[in-house]
Design a binder for this molecule. Structure first.
Ligand code: ADP
Ligand code: MG
Length: 323
């Protein structure tokens, strides 16, 4: 349903929304909102802030866009099942980890990898970026990839190594991976909003945020700013999820475990962001260090898969099975 509805709404222009004239359309476009579906699923307050259009007018525009795009209604179980039929799965490079995830990373869903420094989160992000560019028969999407890099840890050299290990032309792979360095949390939020513009020019089936929480964590320290941080994170997560739904893309994010239980949520192994991140990410994988490049991956709180653990191996060639 997402795919067919997307095709329909792609043909509409935002001027087709009743009440949107030339001036309003220009403001919406300037803010990056140039398709009906994106407006239909936007939050009034955010859209009003971003475009400078009054909240009253925005509420009417969103309602009209929803009617036009036919979103926000009840769906039958059959419709939801049909949408689920469009879900694609991306290989992680490790059969063990793929099996733990029920076949790989799912599109239309956020998957979170969390663990301490050096647990292999960034290695996995590099590997799935390479994998997404490969053909479907190799467990990929034959697609381009967006990476929002907040810690300056993207290394093209690793992409080259991992590509060579799979006998891929590393130059071709690098051309399909689009990396944006996010300088602070606001910039990060903006880059996620801009992702849909990139998707007009490229076939994007994988969006990576590495790391989801580092800027939020350092900018919003202490209890006083916790609720503001959680609100922004919540909005950001929903922007990401919306991109995944509209583009039928995998969303993969990384998260650190809190090292300061006094500031965060008590449990020293708890991922940052608490309930907000936990409720929006459908799959959460906790990575622990083992010996000699081995890492234990544990699936936590899946809606329909059993909890379980497996072992992966970090290597020069990338992510491999650990046993
Ligand atoms: P995180 O993002 O969770 O902080 P990383 O993904 O950066 O952690 O993982 C770093 C680890 O990845 C290193 O400790 C090392 O074990 C492994 N690693 C990184 N590069 C290579 C490589 N070229 N060959 C083998 N292992 C590597
Ligand atoms: Mg990292």
């Amino acid at each position: 349903m997402v795919e067919s509805k997307k095709a329909e709404t792609d043909k509409m222009s935002i001027e087709d929304i009743p009440g949107v004239g030339e001036a309003t359309a220009e403001k919406l476009r300037d803010s990056g909102y140039d398709d009906v579906m994106a407006i239909a699923v936007a939050a009034p307050k955010d859209l009003s802030e971003i475009t400078g259009i009054g909240e009253g007018a925005i509420i009417k525009i969103i309602a009209a866009a929803r009617k036009l795009a036919d979103v926000g209604n009840y769906e039958t179980g059959e419709e939801i099942l049909n949408r689920r039929k469009n879900v694609l799965k991306l290989t992680t490079g490790s059969k063990n980890l793929d099996n733990l995830l029920g076949g790989g990373l799912e599109t239309q869903t956020i998957t979170e990898f969390f663990g301490e420094f050096g647990s292999g989160k960034t290695q996995i992000m590099h590997q799935i970026a390479v994998n997404a560019t490969t053909s479907e028969s190799d467990g990929g999407f034959n697609s381009d990839v967006l990476i929002i890099d907040t810690e300056n840890t993207f290394r093209p050299e690793r992409i080259v190594q991992m590509s060579r290990a799979k006998n891929l032309d590393s130059d071709e792979v690098l051309k399909r991976i689009h990396v944006a360095r996010a300088f602070n949390s606001h910039h990060q939020i903006l880059l996620a909003e801009k992702a849909s513009q990139m998707a007009k020019d490229f076939n994007i089936r994988l969006l990576i945020v590495d790391s989801l929480t580092s800027h939020f964590r350092s900018e919003y320290m202490g209890r006083g700013s916790l609720s503001e941080r959680q609100q922004l994170l919540n909005r950001h997560m929903h922007d990401l999820l919306r991109f995944g739904m509209l583009q039928n893309a995998v969303i993969a994010v990384t998260n650190q475990v809190a090292a300061r239980p006094d500031v965060f949520f008590g449990d020293p192994t708890a991922p940052i962001g608490g309930n907000i991140v936990g409720h929006t990410a459908t799959f959460r994988i906790y990575l622990r260090k083992g010996k000699a490049g081995k890492r234990i991956a544990r699936l936590i709180d899946s809606p329909y898969l059993p909890e379980g653990e497996t072992v992966i191996q970090l290597s020069e060639e990338g992510i491999l099975d650990g046993i």
